[in-house]
Design a protein around this ligand. Structure first.
Ligand SMILES: Nc1ncnc2c1ncn2[C@@H]1O[C@H](COP(=O)(O)OP(=O)(O)OP(=O)(O)O)[C@@H](O)[C@H]1O
Ligand SMILES: [Mg+2]
Length: 241
């Protein structure tokens, strides 16, 4: 790693998220309140807390899917000269898409299948978008799918009909392939058997060793203990009111 590369990649201050349910008479649902944290290269920050405390919501805010209702989320644009900070709340839609291509990756809990596109191409796509050649993108995708034990007979088939665990492995490979410096993981091992869970733990550790920053949710305690460098406990927002 280059000595001048910035270490801190994510900075969250006073983050709050309140949902307003417009078709329910405008009921307001506070979910996140006063969240502060940083994430640096080589760190794996694990969000913990009971179901419904807003762990997935926090990842969606970081990915620019949800707009925070208060506070700030800043990401380093490591693809630009000087790696400037970008405030997500002020970023245009186009800027958010560029950050997703170059800076921040997201492994959602479930794969959003793309009709008619085979698994290998689903995985290779983020690397192509970053300008890699066709051969390189497909070779790297094949390498990841092989490590994740996805049977070769499935590689050219669209993942829509795959089992939960097979889809999850395609999703993980797609999330890892782009080499994004910041990676968000929402329960990436929930549907996996022990052997494949161990592969994912190894891949996560490699990503950390490469100097990427990970923010994730892992319900499996063994996985969490194997990858976490820090825990961020979330509490029900209403309890803080
Ligand atoms: N788009 C939305 N509109 C309204 N409420 C939402 C929305 N997204 C999430 N919520 C609410 O926010 C709260 C937190 O949801 P979230 O999915 O972030 O929880 P979680 O901590 O990830 O839970 P789990 O461990 O069960 O996955 C829930 O009460 C949920 O109903
Ligand atoms: Mg969740």
């Amino acid at each position: 790693m280059h000595a001048e590369q910035p270490q801190k990649l994510v900075e969250v201050r006073g983050l709050g998220k309140m949902f307003t349910l417009h078709n329910q008479g405008g009921i307001r649902l506070p979910v996140l309140r006063a969240i502060d944290f940083d994430a640096a290269r080589g760190e794996c920050l694990v969000l913990s807390g009971p179901s419904g405390t807003g762990k997935s919501t926090l990842l969606r805010c970081l990915y620019g899917n949800y707009l925070a209702t208060e506070g700030s989320i800043r990401l380093r644009d490591t693809s630009a000269d000087g790696a400037p900070w970008v405030e997500l709340g002020h970023a245009s839609e186009q800027r958010v898409l560029q950050l997703r291509r170059d800076v921040i990756g997201y492994v959602s809990q479930f794969l959003r299948a793309i009709p008619r596109v085979g698994a290998l191409d689903v995985v290779a796509d983020p690397l192509r978008q970053r300008g890699a050649g066709e051969g390189e993108a497909r070779a790297r995708a094949a390498e990841l799918l092989a490590r994740l034990n996805l049977p070769r007979r499935l590689w050219d088939l669209p993942p829509a009909t795959f089992s939960g665990g097979e889809q999850q492995r395609v999703n993980i490979a797609r999330g890892l392939i782009g080499g994004h410096p910041v990676l968000l993981l929402d329960e990436p091992t929930a549907s996996l058997d022990p052997e494949n869970r161990a592969v994912v733990v190894a891949l996560i550790r490699e990503a950390l060793a490469e100097g990427r920053a990970l923010i994730g949710i892992f319900h499996d305690e063994a996985v969490r203990d194997a990858v976490a460098t820090r825990l961020l406990p979330l509490h029900p927002a209403t309890a803080l009111a």
